[in-house]
Design a protein around this ligand. Structure first.
Ligand code: 13P
Length: 261
């Protein structure tokens, strides 16, 4: 089995201006440096809003930080008359390495369906940006279909019809657990992540499934992160609210310390 490097991701959503974003990343990097964080065993990625990306890129570059940069969305188009959209070309130019695709808030408030998510995933692959494909069931779907059916279906739909699959990450975020303080149990999270991996293996082969990182997201905090990451099938976490606090987020990135206890 491939050793998958843990992926600790902070989705800032529509929070923080560029100055607050710089301050947060500086504090995060100092805190992790003080703690002698080993980035080769747990990658730390921030996903600021578009207006902060250039500033964070400049900071990472100037201070040679090991924190990595992601974006919260990408246009399915590469250029042209698409007012308000941001292309993969422009993101790549800013050294953006990862992009969230199909977050439940995009699916819910911007009507992004599986076809849109597939097209945005294709755009990320075209530009050499790693898509972080977000999947998850609503509370109603949990009632009617259980926890794994919807996330598996959404993940497979995003990965359909690509000439070649580049590297990608899948984030399982049950919609009912986002921003609610209501977390999935580590057992449920591990079971859904495992079912997603099995489905990827069936469709795309064991080798791709084995190297793909599959994350849990939804009300993750420093106090509960270790429970999720002790499973071999959960390779990281996608964190919303708790990623806005440098101390808390660095506590999450240092989950291995909690595991050792
Ligand atoms: P919270 O951690 O605030 O529940 O948000 C999770 C999320 O949506 C991350 O993308």
């Amino acid at each position: 089995m491939t050793k998958r490097v843990a992926f600790i991701a902070g989705n800032w959503k529509m929070n923080l201006d560029h100055q607050q974003g710089i301050a947060l990343v500086q504090k995060l990097a100092w805190t992790l440096k003080d703690a002698a964080h080993d980035y080769s065993s747990a990658e730390v990625v921030v996903f600021p809003g578009f207006t902060s990306i250039r500033s964070i890129q400049t900071l990472i570059d100037a201070d040679k930080l090991e924190v990595r940069l992601g974006a919260q969305d990408i246009s399915a188009q590469d250029s042209g008359a698409f007012t308000g959209e941001v292309s993969g070309v422009a993101l790549k130019k800013l050294d953006v390495e990862y992009v969230l695709i199909g977050h439940s808030e995009r699916r819910q408030y911007h009507n992004e369906d599986d076809a849109v998510v597939q097209a945005k995933t294709a755009a990320a692959f075209r530009h050499g940006i790693v898509p972080v494909i977000c999947v998850g069931e609503t509370a109603e779907e949990l009632e009617t279909e259980g926890s794994a059916a919807v996330p598996v279906r959404q993940a497979l739909a995003a990965l359909k019809n690509h000439e070649t699959l580049g590297d990608f990450v899948v984030a399982y975020e049950p919609v009912w657990a986002i921003g609610t303080g209501q977390v999935a149990t580590p057992e449920v999270a591990a079971s859904v992540c495992s079912k997603i991996r099995v489905a990827i293996a069936e469709e795309h082969g064991a080798e791709i499934a084995d190297r793909t990182r599959i994350l849990y997201g939804g009300s993750v905090k420093a106090a509960n992160v270790a429970g999720f990451l002790k499973s071999v099938d959960v390779d990281g976490v996608l964190v919303g609210g708790a990623s806005l606090d440098a101390e808390e987020f660095s506590g999450i990135a240092r989950f291995q310390k909690h595991l050792a206890l």
